[in-house]
Design a protein around this ligand. Sequence first.
Ligand SMILES: Nc1nc2c(ncn2[C@@H]2O[C@H](COP(=O)(O)OP(=O)(O)O)[C@@H](O)[C@H]2O)c(=O)[nH]1
Ligand SMILES: [Mg+2]
Length: 318
Amino acid sequence: MKYNENDLINGINSGSRVSLSRLISLVESDKSAIFRISNLLKKKPKSTYVVGITGPPGAGKSTLTNRLIQKFRSKKLSIGVLAVDPSSPFTGGAVLGDRIRMQEHALDDQVFIRSIGSRGDLGGLSNSTSAIIKLFDSFGMDIVIIETVGVGQTELDIIKISDCVLVTLVPEAGDGVQAMKAGLMEIGDVFIVNKADRGGADKLAREIDYMISLKHTNSSWSTKVILAEAENNVGIDEIVQQIESFKSYEEQNKLLEVKRNKRKITEIESLLLQKVKLEVEELKKREEIINIISDASSGKIKTEEAVNLIFKFFKNGS
Ligand SMILES: Nc1nc2c(ncn2[C@@H]2O[C@H](COP(=O)(O)OP(=O)(O)O)[C@@H](O)[C@H]2O)c(=O)[nH]1
Ligand SMILES: [Mg+2]
């Protein structure tokens, strides 16, 4: 079903959840949509604070997200949650699990939960995710939580879109070393050792503490490691406290502004690539281009020559 985009934008600007939901689907499925709508989105006086949660699958990120929602709701804050699952869009088991776990918030109109699949396109996590953050922002959410199933680059991309990164690990053999290898030590603003009800949590927390102490940094933020049991609601107050302290630290030192401005540069690069890709897709429909491609594939001209010819069309815009 096709909706009128202007109606949806008016809807989101006036707080309609249905419009929010439809616009999220739109920016996810149509990569050119954000270029059409971003100018029409109203800027709210206070921008949303983005908390990224990453870590290995099964570490308890969704359980923790659920606890954080409860805590933030008790502070009367509105929350948007985006669970990004790179492997299984919508129908995957993990996502289904997330839905069930977070179901208790389904009737709360100050909580909006959405799962999306990152389809590994150019820019991976960042493209539709930052568009969706913009939608949450216009809707007026106080907090946005982005949960990524931590694998590879997606895990590290979280820092490009978050104001505060929580790295969640569990006391299982080698998790600390894995985290270091995966580059997680570099991106965490707060570290959480979840499943502290199991053995080995203290040891892992000490390991992480030690690795933090080795980090070369000129930041005055002291990165903490928090022991938690998301399942049993243990350690959640401390985590929220850390998020709040980090936010104040960023605000007081004007870091939030610097971070967000820097983010715009990354965003321009990634949107520019996206735009080029969209233009190229359009170009490929033209007869002249189809002929060039066919000449290259039959060996009449070299592939490089074909690219140069196509690029000429691209640059001339005709
Ligand atoms: N023992 C224990 N299990 C937990 C704890 N927190 C979460 N879990 C369980 O760990 C499993 C994975 O949790 P989930 O939140 O889906 O992890 P995610 O993949 O990181 O989102 C679930 O079965 C949870 O019930 C905890 O503090 N202790
Ligand atoms: Mg999860």
